[in-house]
Design a protein around this ligand. Sequence first.
Ligand SMILES: Cc1ncc(C[n+]2csc(CCOP(=O)(O)OP(=O)(O)O)c2C)c(N)n1
Length: 319
Amino acid sequence: MEKEKLLEMFKMMLLIRRFEERSAQMYGMQKIGGFCHLYIGQEAVGVGTVAALRPDDYLISAYRDHGHILAKGTDPNPVMAELFGKATGVSKGKGGSMHMFDVERRFMGGHGIVAGQIPLATGFGFAVKYKKEDQVVVVSFGEGAVHQGAFHESLNLAKLWNLPVIYLIENNRYGMGTPLERASAVWDLSQKAESYGMPHATVDGMDILAVHDVMKKAVDRARNESEPTLVEARTYRFRGHSMSDPVHSHYRTKEEVEEQKKQDPILLFKQKLFKDKILTDEMIKEMEQEIKKTVMDAVNFAESSPEPSLETLFEDIYA
Ligand SMILES: Cc1ncc(C[n+]2csc(CCOP(=O)(O)OP(=O)(O)O)c2C)c(N)n1
């Protein structure tokens, strides 16, 4: 991969991390309300995936979606404004953290119902094939979603009709406070694809280049052969399930979280880029300064934006 692309990927991971750290601070100051699930620790999965896509490919995710929309290239200003519930937000301030959306960049949400986005992705895949187009659809979801019927129905149809969809499990080991071992009879989740005769792969979700490689193969298979793939990325979330869940809750130990932080995907990628002499301390310093400004500009933009007006209360809703 070219040096520029590697640096771009590194910078995107850093932007997502700093954006979310600031969001957490704004949440604490009650500038952001409602549900808010941070992606901190999982950035390599989203950024590595998007790096394997074309801009016109589709990405759709669950409620832990800030990283996905930023990785897809959406301006941080309307993303932060959405968190603040402002009219200038990507969903006009009516969706909030869980319901980011950017049709232009083919980011199709932001979905609050566990596994709700999986059949939608299958539908996008069907539409692409029906219209004889060549985009690829990636749907990201947590390991908790694998036990929903919608996952199994989707995989069956995707293989039956050979749809260009990649089902991406972001296995961060916990569905809220429930570890995978307490929820799943099978721990090797990509095996689930075997029931449907679908190709599958498992990847270290803390290693952005490994994620990119596996996704690239799946993307090529989807685009060139119209064949779906199930990918399990093994990752970890460093923060609580949502802003209402403390980092060190009763379901995991402080030691476990600290141990996992040694595998911080940003740290690992940084070490690799240093070793390959692509990145220097000076460059990181410059990036950090630029990102800090980008994030603060987004906060100021959100802060100074208007609330959605009362007249728009019944717009953009189905009833
Ligand atoms: C259908 C449905 N059931 C329950 C919930 C409540 N809920 C929200 S998040 C969550 C855990 C999901 O875990 P996972 O899919 O692994 O994703 P993660 O939060 O780890 O990213 C649950 C049970 C919901 N939103 N939707």
